[in-house]
Write a protein that binds this ligand. Structure first.
Ligand code: PLP
Length: 377
């Protein structure tokens, strides 16, 4: 199998699975229990938190485990709105966020919030000024993703943070860094963000665990789940110890030679771009500079058919984002691609394991699709 969908999820290395297996079968204590099996696990959870916090670039006390990136996004935006409930009921976000952000905003609209959804330009780019121009005295939160999951565009979070501090210092800043963590620099301090969402399964960790950074400007954050008081009382529920162990092991593995891994991924992406450009009717979509995501359109050939054809040959790519399940993606809509182009968009996303041979096989399969199938759009 050739797996070119690392933005959807990533394979779990053996060492990660082994670390999880050991927690499930031998170190299964509840961190809240007082006997050694529990107390040892509590220490372990804190050491895993330390590994992940160090990789993100924050203090351990600022990192809270969640069940996924979606949960982090929901929590951050709602916590920001809660803190700033007396500031106002306006939110600024983009039209190309993940649904975890968009649906949270839509829910808040039903609670009386007004949301400004900013559209990037035709290349998927968004300027800090565009975001700052939309900020008003009653803006409670700005939520802008660090890396777009469909286009790979990187958004100027640090510049937005600087501008916000001048224009409206009370407004809190959230960034969904699910596609940015260990791909582009994303230390919360350097970004100037109050909330940063990350997720394990995009970097070789298991599904079902993520983390949210909550910065010092967030005072008495609203607990997401009330209960037994875990995660400093902010996110109760028995810790998902095996998942957290897997998350930390995945981070440790990725951090080992990270810069080499990233430049190798960027080289593979550049190679893919070059090879794909030799296919007639193929257009590169967006100007994404993240090392792992590449969107292209085989203009005239429906993306769903391409994905199915390549899947029958053991090649996994996605039609836009995996979360859209065949519907024309809101990202493609937001950057106003012509309909025919939009319906032909596919996404390739690479990981540290991806080779040029994988790319060659994918390019050949796409060329064959182009040469043997009738365009239908
Ligand atoms: N945000 C972005 C940008 C994503 O790409 C994803 C997953 O695809 C998520 C949030 C959701 O993360 P999770 O699958 O951990 O809920």
């Amino acid at each position: 199998m050739i797996y070119l969908d690392h933005a959807a999820t990533t394979p779990v290395p053996r060492e990660v699975a082994d670390a999880m297996y050991s927690v499930l079968t031998e170190q299964y204590g509840n961190p809240s229990s007082q006997y050694a099996l529990g107390a040892d696990m509590k220490k372990q959870v804190e050491s895993w938190r330390k590994t992940i916090a160090a990789a993100l670039g924050c203090d351990t006390k600022q990192l809270f485990f969640t069940s996924c990136g979606t949960e982090g996004d929901n929590w951050a935006i709602q916590a920001a709105c809660w803190q700033n409930r007396h500031v106002g009921k306006h939110i600024v976000t983009t039209a190309v966020e993940h649904n975890a952000v968009l649906e949270t905003c839509k829910w808040l609209e039903k609670q009386g919030y007004e949301v400004t959804y900013l559209a990037p330009d035709g290349n998927g780019d968004l300027s800090a000024q565009q975001v700052l121009d939309a900020v008003r005295p009653d803006t409670a939160v700005v939520s802008v993703m660090l890396v777009n999951n469909e286009l790979g565009n990187v958004y100027p979070i640090a510049e937005i943070a600087k501008g916000l501090a001048r224009k409206n210092p009370k407004t809190l800043l959230h960034t969904d860094a699910v596609q940015g963590f260990l791909k582009v620099p994303c230390s919360p301090k350097a970004l100037g963000a109050d909330f940063v969402t990350i997720s394990a399964h995009k970097i070789g960790g298991p599904k079902g665990v993520g983390a949210l950074y909550i910065g010092p400007r967030v005072r008495n954050p609203r607990p997401l789940l009330a209960g037994g008081g875990q995660e400093s009382g902010l996110r109760s529920g028995t810790e998902a110890t095996a998942q957290i162990a897997g998350f930390a092991k995945a981070v440790e593995l990725r951090m080992n030679g990270l810069q080499e891994k990233l430049s190798q991924m960027a080289d593979i992406k550049a190679y893919a771009k070059e090879q794909l450009s030799t296919i007639p009717d193929l257009q590169i979509i967006g100007s994404g500079t993240a090392p792992h995501v590449l969107s292209v359109a085989l203009v005239g050939w429906p993306s769903a058919n391409i994905v199915t054809d390549l899947s029958s040959q053991g090649i996994c790519i996605s039609a836009g984002s995996a979360c859209h399940q065949g519907k024309l993606s809101h990202v493609v809509d937001a950057i106003r691609l012509p309909k025919k182009t939009g319906q032909s968009v596919i996404r390739l996303s690479v990981g540290p394991e991806t080779t040029k041979t994988d790319i060659d096989a994918c390019v050949e399969a796409l060329r064959k699709h182009h040469d043997t199938r009738m365009p239908m759009l």
